[in-house]
Design a protein around this ligand. Structure first.
Ligand SMILES: NC(=O)C1=CN([C@@H]2O[C@H](COP(=O)(O)OP(=O)(O)OC[C@H]3O[C@@H](n4cnc5c(N)ncnc54)[C@H](O)[C@@H]3O)[C@@H](O)[C@H]2O)C=CC1
Ligand SMILES: N[C@@H](CC=O)C(=O)O
Length: 805
């Protein structure tokens, strides 16, 4: 015998009913006991009807809709399959409701009768559909014996087993049909088994008749690694142990009623979850075996919880306090979802469903009234709107690092942990968190434990030379990223006037036209809202502008949960206090701040320095060419170009800053030197750097970039003379930055053929770092230090560091 339970979604309309009948008959070789829920949505209607009647509200239109939906189903079935027997007594139901309405009370036995009416409708419809098999209608009130109230009763396998045998023997059949959710107490009165209790009815039936399997037919293919409605990448689990299934259903997996598993587990009946609308798909099998490649089987989450903390001097070392707390709650039927206790026994915290909060507070107030008055117990602390996220897997046992990974994932999702609980068999770990962050938390944990495809969600500010080149590279590298299981989405692009956001990801081949049409400009709040609405978990702001206004907001970006990747050097060269604040905010918020391209463009300068210094090395001195544009310009001067021609060429090559005055004035090199100095531990301001400008003081002050470029030829002759003088001495001019004894200086040097910087030209940079470990010969980095391609590649590599471990 197999038990087949069909839920409301499988019985929602005539076509669904036919599909169920087909499913039952196609495997009719094995005798079956069908357990049916009410047609989809009907129990909700009945609950509502009882409520309205009790409150004296008008329920007539809802009643008419309920009757007409039921009659329509009846007519459709009768037209195709003949007369329906056992059609439930609608008159009696109507009388009950009008009695409730008149009295203004709905006693539990009446409520149980009303809300279990839908299951009886399903059963009589299905009996007609399966008419040719002559199915036997099993009266649940005759078979399932329950204890404890009328509405959320506990069914007893030991008391029900004989009843099933007797009832089934009365009218032996190949197919039995029984309403789910319904039972009777030992006095023979009708009871119900709690909302969505038909799974539980099926499990009880399966245990009583020692079924070979208990099939739960629903509208999904099985149990998933997370709720597939929110986690699109959730995968179906083929096999779970009873324990895993219990933990999952208890902590929120909606596919199973929490009470379902225990009766099956005790009786050793495997339970199978199958999809009515996709019957040939292999479902999920729940048995005493847990097959798994990975230690974590699934993630579940439970929302709308409140946490109560009972604390006070009267708790410590006092035997029986916990028992009193929990028995007070049990007496008032408050279910406790999770418990933690401080090791000093000063407080006990526990979660309840938020709907039970007032009940729980009253129960505690009554139980501890005297202790409250004596100050032995402090007023109960309440935290509302919480959720629990739980990792489940039998094979988590003795597996090191899972809890660390779980908590790191929550930190990655910017989620604060309110409380933690682990079951002592190590098959579940739960964290209590802010309910509004539940979906984000599950998303990151699922990504880290299951899909292993990290996502990076990019918002690019500044799409000039470097920014536009970065988009090209993102487009070109899509396949490479896919192969490495990285999902890099460009969700936003902004220039100084407009911001384009697209929740489907920006079209990398056609972004500039769409951006030009945008009516909004960049505001942190706008992007933050977008990130929240789309539950993005690794948002990164990439600054490829040279804007001080944006640089001034990095602390806010980091504090708002964004990683920051900057080609822009302005933030790192603002005040020392701001620089420190940036580093601290990044650390505190667990968000990365990456700026490798600030020095040497795509060259790996800062990462190497960080590695050296973090391993205990110390900077003794620094010397080098740090400007790609000046390297190019000074090289071109040697070849006979004038200063203005060389600058124009450097600008065309994309080597200069947006405003070439930043290069020629030495400011850009000073910024880079300051960043190196700060990385090596010196605390300096930009004003502490001694700067020699290529430009005379006050040259083209206040002029636009174009005006400046137009005035530049007026300097050609004088500068050409300086070049010639150096040449006459067998030397060339180089723009050099140095740090000696903590003193930073940038300026022009004439260097001879023997000098290491003599052949650094054409845009190349060369950096010589003399340190404790690298002396007397310095550690040298050399290569092209400017240009949109190498810079964009450096920015790209910073972006990827966000998901590197
Ligand atoms: N070109 C190079 O070789 C290197 C450049 N960098 C840095 O990269 C940054 C960009 O350089 P390029 O692309 O060459 O300059 P660019 O002038 O071509 O592009 C900068 C873009 O930023 C935009 N912008 C300005 N203010 C903005 C704001 N508030 N919001 C959004 N966008 C804004 C501008 O409209 C412009 O399109 C600069 O900070 C530069 O120092 C760093 C290393 C090398
Ligand atoms: N303008 C800069 C570009 C890189 O920071 C340079 O010339 O090096």
């Amino acid at each position: 015998m197999k038990v087949m339970k069909f839920g409301g979604s499988s019985l929602a309309n005539f076509e669904c009913l036919q599909q169920v009948a087909h499913l039952v008959t196609r495997s009719a070789s094995v005798p079956a006991l069908l357990v049916l829920s009410a047609p989809g949505g009907m129990t909700d209607t009945l609950v509502d009807l009882a409520e309205r009647a009790q409150k004296g509200d008008d329920y007539q239109s809802q009643w008419m809709a309920f009757v007409s939906r039921s009659l329509e189903l009846k007519q459709q079935v009768e037209a195709a399959y003949g007369e329906i027997k056992n059609w439930p007594d609608f008159k009696k139901l109507e009388q009950n409701l009008s009695g409730v309405s008149l009295l203004g009370v709905c006693p539990d036995p009446i409520r149980a009768y009303v809300i279990s009416f839908g299951e009886r409708i399903s059963v009589s419809l299905m009996q007609a559909l399966l008419g040719e098999f002559n199915p036997t209608y099993l009266e649940a009130t005759a078979c399932v014996v329950s204890r404890g109230g009328y509405l959320d009763a506990e069914a007893s396998v030991s008391l029900s087993t004989e009843r099933f045998a007797e009832e089934m023997a009365k009218l032996p059949s190949h197919i039995y049909i029984m309403p789910g959710f319904t039972a009777s107490n030992e006095a023979g009165e009708l009871t119900t088994l709690g909302r969505n209790g038909s799974d539980y009815s099926a499990a009880i039936a399966a245990a009583c008749v020692k079924a070979q399997v208990c099939q739960i037919w629903t509208d999904v293919d099985g149990v998933y690694s997370a709720d597939p409605r929110y986690i699109t990448k959730a995968t179906k689990i083929d096999s779970l142990s009873y324990k895993e299934a219990m933990e999952l259903s208890y902590f929120g997996a909606k596919v199973l009623h929490p009470k379902t598993i225990l009766p099956c587990a005790k009786a050793g009946v495997p339970c199978e979850i199958k999809n009515t609308h996709n019957p040939d798909a292999p479902g999920s099998l729940i048995s005493d075996v847990s097959q798994a490649d990975e230690p974590v089987k699934a993630l579940s989450s439970l929302q709308d919880l409140a946490m109560l903390t009972v604390s006070g001097p009267g708790m410590k070392g006092k035997v029986g306090m916990a028992a009193r707390v929990f028995s007070a709650l049990a007496q008032d039927n408050v279910s406790i979802v999770l418990i933690t206790q401080s090791s000093c026994e000063f407080s006990i915290s526990f979660c309840v469903h938020q709907a039970d909060l007032e009940l729980a507070l009253d129960a505690l107030q009554n139980a501890f009234e005297l202790e409250y008055q004596a100050g032995l117990i402090e007023p109960v602390q309440v935290k509302r709107d919480l959720a629990i996220v739980t990792l489940v897997g039998d094979n988590m046992k003795a597996h090191r690092g899972l809890a660390a990974k779980f908590f790191a994932s929550l930190a990655q999702a910017q989620v604060n942990i309110v409380a933690i609980a682990q079951d002592s068999t190590e098959s579940s770990i739960s964290a209590v968190i802010d309910g509004s962050l539940c979906n984000d938390a599950v998303k990151v944990c699922h990504e880290n434990f299951f899909t292993h495809i990290p996502s990076i969600d990019v918002f690019l500010l500044g799409c000039g030379l470097v920014g536009a080149e970065l988009i090209k590279q993102l487009e070109k590298q899509q396949q490479w990223l896919e192969k490495r299981n990285i999902k890099l989405n460009l969700y936003g692009v902004a220039n100084s006037r407009q911001l384009l956001l697209d929740e489907n990801g920006i079209d990398l081949n056609n972004w500039s036209g769409v951006l030009a049409e945008s009516q909004q400009s960049f505001e942190l709040a706008t992007v933050e809202k977008f990130v929240k609405a789309n539950h993005l978990i690794n948002p990164v702001i990439v600054d490829c502008s040279s804007s001080s206004e944006l640089a001034d907001q990095y602390v806010s970006f980091l504090a708002a949960g964004f990683h920051v990747v900057a080609a822009n050097k302005k933030a790192n060269t603002a005040s020392q206090a701001y620089y420190q604040q940036l580093m601290d905010t990044s650390l505190k918020n667990n968000r990365k701040f990456l700026y490798e391209t600030n020095v040497g463009a795509g060259l790996p300068v800062l990462d190497n320095l960080k590695l050296l210094f973090s391993a205990g090395d110390e900077l003794l001195s620094f010397n080098g060419v740090l400007s790609g544009s000046l390297s190019y310009i000074f090289g071109a001067l040697e070849d006979g170009l004038s200063l203005s021609e060389a600058t124009l060429q450097a600008k065309k090559n994309g080597f200069t800053e947006p405003d070439p005055r930043d290069d020629l004035s030495g400011t850009d090199v000073a910024r880079k030197l300051l960043i190196i100095a700060r990385e090596s531990g010196l605390k300096l301001e930009l004003s502490n750097i001694e700067v020699e400008s290529v430009l005379p003081q006050g040259f083209a002050e206040g002029a636009s970039i174009d005006e400046f470029m137009a005035q530049l030829p007026s300097l050609d002759e004088a500068f050409g003379q300086r070049v010639n003088e150096a040449r006459d001495e067998g030397k060339v001019l180089r723009y050099v930055g140095s740090i000696v004894n903590g003193h930073c200086k940038v300026g022009i040097e004439a260097v001879g053929a023997e000098h290491a910087l003599n052949d650094i030209r054409d845009g190349e940079n060369a950096l010589a770092i003399l340190s404790q470990y690298y002396q007397p010969r310095p550690f040298v980095i050399r290569g092209y230090g400017a240009g949109s391609q190498v810079t964009a590649a450096g920015v790209f590599s910073d972006i990827l560091k966000i998901v590197s471990r």
